[in-house]
Design a protein around this ligand. Structure first.
Ligand code: NCD
Length: 319
């Protein structure tokens, strides 16, 4: 059953497992385009993609921008520090003003959960959620699925895969989106965190919870580390970063306990010496740079699906 493409990509909940699979198949085409000597196709010529980032970001903004350009869309970057939002303009006025210039898609990052949904009411453009508060970061989850699918050769299903997501789950939109996407594809997920960094209730999440990373390590196919989000902690949720690191940080000794095939993933930016103690470039299982590379291709697949002429994932337009 397909629920997508709709007009927007706001949440992984918008997608069925079939939709995710079809997006990942389309991503294979985009990877092929990205390997060409001139990695550019005319698929979105004449479309205007505007990035609206109300929160700091380097990799996600650059990744969407590269994706749109490789599909020949026109792009415009709008960052809050350079905008009249600083002069007191409301989010709605900002959207309505830019929309009037003719926008086909807004790529939105905002510190408030739900901002991308609100924006859908003020414009006819497609909205792609590039991260809202603690809520969702759907393209991160898709690029993570694509990375696991290709590195572990799991094209059809994640059935039987054991994935641990470790760290600051409470503040993490990546964890919320990843849990939904990995579960939709059939993986078994364990959240590993100190109790203070778990959400108040995970009863309705399709996960197990553990506080003992060391016991889990040898059984994992994927170790997914999250950043400790110091900027989002309003009270002392951790006794100290040293203690966090001692219990949950990836050290050389912990990496050695992983199965040889196991992947190590992180959405970036990494806190070296906190959750990432070892240098990941020394670990053959590190898929962290693959995640970044795949991010461009996945975002090309999303933009093409939302804005491509036919909306057909298998459209000839991309080849
Ligand atoms: C993540 C985010 O912003 O949600 N990073 C990213 O998209 N590159 C994770 C994080 O900030 O820790």
């Amino acid at each position: 059953m397909s629920a997508w493409p709709k007009k927007h990509l706001l949440s992984i909940e918008d997608l069925t497992a079939d939709d995710i699979h079809r997006l990942l198949e389309l991503t294979d085409h985009m990877v092929e385009i990205n390997h060409r000597p001139i990695p550019k196709v005319p698929a979105l010529r004449g479309k205007n993609v505007v990035s609206l980032f109300f929160e700091d970001s380097t990799r996600t903004r650059t990744s969407f921008d590269t994706a749109a350009k490789r599909l020949s869309a026109d792009t415009m970057n709008f960052t809050v520090s350079a905008s009249s939002v600083n002069k007191g303009e409301s989010l709605r006025d900002t959207i309505e003003t830019i929309s009037s210039m003719g926008v086909d898609a807004f790529v939105v990052r905002h510190k408030s959960s739900g901002a991308p949904v609100a924006i859908t009411k003020w414009t006819n453009a497609s909205i792609v959620n590039a991260g809202d508060g603690w809520h969702q970061h759907p393209t991160q989850a898709l690029l993570d699925c694509y990375t696991i699918r290709t590195r572990l050769n799991r094209r059809d299903s994640f059935e039987g895969l054991r994935i641990a997501i470790v760290g600051d789950i409470k503040h993490s939109r990546v964890a919320r989106s990843d849990v939904q996407a990995f579960a939709a594809l059939g993986a078994h997920i364990t959240l590993v965190a100190p109790p203070t960094l778990l959400p108040p209730s995970v009863a309705d999440w399709p996960v197990d919870v553990s506080h003992d990373l060391d016991a889990l390590l040898p059984h994992l196919d994927v170790l997914y580390l999250l950043r400790v989000q110091r900027e989002r902690m309003d009270d002392a949720l951790l006794p100290s970063l040293e203690e966090y690191s001692a219990l949950y940080g990836l050290t050389t000794a912990r990496a050695a306990r992983l199965a040889p095939h196991a992947l190590i993933m992180h959405p970036g930016p990494m806190n070296r010496g906190v959750e990432m103690v070892v240098d990941p470039s020394e670990l053959p299982g590190s898929a962290i740079l693959d995640q970044v590379t795949n991010g461009v291709a996945v975002r090309m697949a999303v933009l093409f699906t939302l804005l491509g002429a036919s909306g057909d994932l298998r459209s000839e337009n991309v080849s």
